[in-house]
Design a protein around this ligand. Structure first.
Ligand code: FAD
Ligand code: EPU
Length: 338
């Protein structure tokens, strides 16, 4: 069995930016009781800690002087089934896309649009992962978590999670308070495929027919054509969130920039495309030292080699400043900066 506790542990292979940072203490668990025992010892020796999943939405700007807890508990099981749907229990350490592949193989509908998103199932509720017109909150039924302070188990029904665009209670009020150990998904046996977003329809036109497997493949094809593969070029996907602004603000920008992408959002607000804003400021494909902006997607910052996290964070600040100067819009980071 793999050793669970390490000191002065390298994180380079545990974050998709490929940042060469170290953590003072690293603990991974495959069984929940191991986690509970560990939380006991942590309580006696309080220190900063961080929960690390697949490391695909984090930027380490320095060594972490505390403990990293890395859930590696696995398992996908159907816990309820009727004619229409199944309730699937998935442990936090499962890779997200392995779960999507499993669902599509079993002809269960609901997560196909979320194909090829990196990371683990335990992190999927944190920022309510989304892509191609679907957010994971649409299929989450409940979440099981452990209170880090007490070791007690707590269940969150979907409505307790305050899901929003790239947000949840776990990223806001309860940030750093709970470790998600299991997520329960309600998947449908007969589903409505959702291929209205962007270029999916065009991509699907190249397949002989429209079905679950082909939709998954179409999403994979589009993603591979514009997002860098972290194994080749370090990155954490979109570095910033897309800004959601009052309709009035969007309207006045559209007078100056009639081609600006914009999408209606809740409460008379409009979502703008941060990638477009960044591209307009001239950053697409630019590079400063080892940090860069991806040439095909300006919302993705990349590590061209041995960039430090601080270099990438500095670059992101330059981008933020220029978008604010040009558009009076303050970009919010999506990536968790440590
Ligand atoms: P990590 O990066 O390890 O952690 C992310 C956050 O979640 C941290 O705050 C961490 O503390 C917390 N966390 C992780 N696991 C747990 C747990 N079990 N309990 C409590 N807290 C936890 N995201 C999208 O939404 N849509 C996309 O289309 C998308 N595309 C991407 C493409 C690429 C190429 C990359 C590199 C990233 C992309 N992302 C996308 C971002 C990323 O994949 C998601 O945010 C993913 O959910 C992160 O999972 P992770 O396991 O790597 O989490
Ligand atoms: N655009 C540009 N220039 C760019 C990038 C984008 O003009 O360099 C324009 C596109 O032409 C399009 C619009 O911006 O009109 C939106 O672009 P795209 O469809 O590529 O999506 P995005 O808004 O940049 C979001 C998510 C992605 C998700 C895709 C697909 C956020 C922050 N990002 O990106 O999620 O995969 O939509 O649904 O919401 C992530 O969160 O890490 C992530 C990759």
């Amino acid at each position: 069995m793999m050793k669970k506790l390490h000191h002065n542990f390298p994180l380079k292979n545990l974050n998709t930016f490929g940042i060469d940072a170290f953590v003072k203490q690293y603990f991974s668990f495959s069984e929940e009781h191991e986690l509970l025992d560990f939380l006991h010892t942590l309580k006696k020796n309080p220190q900063p800690f961080f929960i690390l999943g697949g490391g695909s939405n984090v930027l380490f700007t320095k060594d972490f002087e505390g403990t990293i807890i890395h859930p590696q508990n696995k398992g996908i099981s159907i816990v309820e089934e009727n004619e229409e749907n199944v309730l699937v229990q998935v442990r936090a350490g499962e890779e997200w896309d392995d779960f999507v592949a499993w669902a599509v193989d079993h002809s269960y509908y609901g997560v196909e649009n979320l194909s090829l998103i990196p990371g683990n199932v335990g992190a999927s509720p944190i920022q309510n992962i989304g892509a191609y017109g679907v957010e994971v909150c649409q299929v989450i039924e409940k979440v099981k978590a452990i209170d880090i302070g007490t070791g007690n188990e707590k269940w969150f029904a979907k409505n307790d999670c305050n899901f929003g665009y790239r947000s949840s209670i776990f990223k806001t009020e309860l940030r750093g308070k709970f470790i998600i150990t299991e997520v329960f998904f309600r998947l449908q046996k007969q589903g409505q495929l959702n291929f209205s977003y962007g270029t999916i329809k065009d991509e699907l036109a190249q397949f002989p027919d429209i079905n679950l497997k082909n939709l998954r493949q179409a999403v994979i094809n589009i993603r591979q054509s514009k997002l860098p593969d972290p194994a080749v070029l370090g990155n954490a996907g979109s570095f910033f969130k897309n800004p959601v602004v009052p309709a009035k603000k969007a309207g006045s920008l559209l007078k100056t920039y009639p081609n600006m992408p914009n999408y209606p959002a809740e409460s008379e607000r409009v979502k703008l495309a941060a990638g477009w804003l960044i591209e307009q400021c001239g950053w697409k494909g630019k590079r400063i030292g080892n940090a860069g902006v991806h040439e095909k997607q300006a919302l993705v910052l990349v590590n061209h080699g041995n960039a430090t996290g601080a270099e990438i964070a500095d670059f992101s600040n330059k981008i933020k400043v220029s978008v604010e100067e040009e558009f009076r819009i303050i970009l919010e980071t999506e990536v968790n900066i440590l």
